[in-house]
Write a protein that binds this ligand. Structure first.
Ligand SMILES: NC(=O)c1ccc[n+]([C@@H]2O[C@H](COP(=O)([O-])OP(=O)(O)OC[C@H]3O[C@@H](n4cnc5c(N)ncnc54)[C@H](O)[C@@H]3O)[C@@H](O)[C@H]2O)c1
Length: 308
């Protein structure tokens, strides 16, 4: 085929596919996409001992999923497991696992594969925050933030993705943060770990696409502050556009996004606008917007989660 015919064909195919996917998106904006059935799916939730992880477990329990719950906090995790059984889960298993330790992740993952089976929905949710300015933050705390918020995702993917590929069936869910999209002063290590988690999940999504591996979905979640206690004391300068979110609302949106197989979920919607503005506006204007929404003071009152 002559090179100009070949490139005309390439443009034609690209335009055809683009129009089709735009139409598909428009249709699914008007008529919500059908939700997938997760009854019987084996769902692993890390950080299930409290907050979003616990609420996600209860939602998936009501949807008939088999639950595998991981947390470093044994008591909180077992409590979630009992609550999930009360909510209707016929099979729920609690495993104590420190996700920041690679060997422990691999050991517990092997145990899960033997005792429960292959994970089909992996929700990397465990997270910690130090909440200190960069120069005040001890090295070991920064390393810990990376180990839990990002590196644990590498080890859980290594442990569970091969079976998903072999079964041509799976869903990888990354709970990142709006702090994985925008840098925030007083939150440098957390932001860097959440940017990493986002970049990793998106890269694997593209890697699976490029390798034409079918049947494995990805969902990346970036919420603003949520009222779970993790960011206790933090404030927003613009509650109408950037409200502190309620955990039940966030979990409803996350589960909807998983069931509808959405790749990106930013909450609230204003985060999408901010992402667009960040790409097009001059930096001085961005700083003004940052001041307007109180971004440079978000962390001023941070106290975080009180230890039990
Ligand atoms: N709360 C917010 O404002 C907010 C905003 C955006 C994103 N997020 C993210 O959402 C996720 C859930 O946060 P949350 O608000 O429910 O907080 P949370 O503190 O209630 O829950 C985090 C859970 O992770 C567990 N965990 C911590 N270190 C662990 C480790 N080494 N191994 C295993 N488990 C460990 C904790 O025990 C806890 O149960 C986190 O990844 C967080 O970064 C939270």
């Amino acid at each position: 085929m002559a090179p100009n015919v070949k490139s005309a064909k390439k443009v034609f195919v690209f335009l055809g596919k683009s129009v089709f996917s735009l139409l598909e998106t428009m249709i699914f904006t008007l008529i919500p996409k059908p939700r997938k059935n997760v009854a019987g799916e084996i769902v692993l939730i890390t950080g299930a001992g409290s907050g979003l992880g616990r609420l996600l477990a209860l939602k998936f329990a009501r949807l008939g999923a088999v639950l595998v719950l991981w947390d470093i906090n044994k008591e909180g995790n077992e409590e979630t497991c009992n609550m999930a059984r009360d909510a209707g889960a016929t099979r729920a298993y609690a495993y104590t696992c420190d996700c920041s330790r690679k060997e422990e992740v691999y050991r517990v993952a092997d145990q899960v594969k033997k005792e429960v089976g292959d994970i089909s929905i992996l929700i990397n949710n465990a997270g910690i925050v130090t909440g200190k300015r960069f120069l005040d933050c001890p090295d070991e705390l920064m390393e810990k933030a990376f180990d839990v918020n990002f590196k644990a995702h590498l080890w859980t993917y290594k442990a569970f993705l091969p079976a998903m590929i072999a079964n041509a069936h799976g869903h990888l869910v990354c709970i990142s943060s709006s702090a994985g999209l925008f840098g925030i002063n007083g939150l440098a290590d957390y932001c860097a770990s959440k940017f990493s988690a986002y970049g990793f999940a998106e890269s694997i999504f593209f890697e699976l696409f490029a390798q034409k591996i079918k049947g494995i979905k990805t969902t990346i979640v970036c919420p603003f502050f949520i009222n779970t206690g993790m960011f206790e004391g933090c404030t927003t300068g613009c509650p109408s556009l950037l409200p502190i979110l309620e955990p039940e609302y966030v979990v409803r949106k996350i589960v909807d996004a998983i069931l509808q197989e959405k790749v990106y979920l930013y909450i609230p919607k204003f985060i999408y606008v901010l992402m667009f503005l960040k790409s097009v506006l001059p930096t001085k204007l961005l700083l003004l917007i940052g001041e307007y929404v109180g971004a440079f003071n978000f962390m001023d009152g941070f106290v975080g989660k009180k230890k039990n």
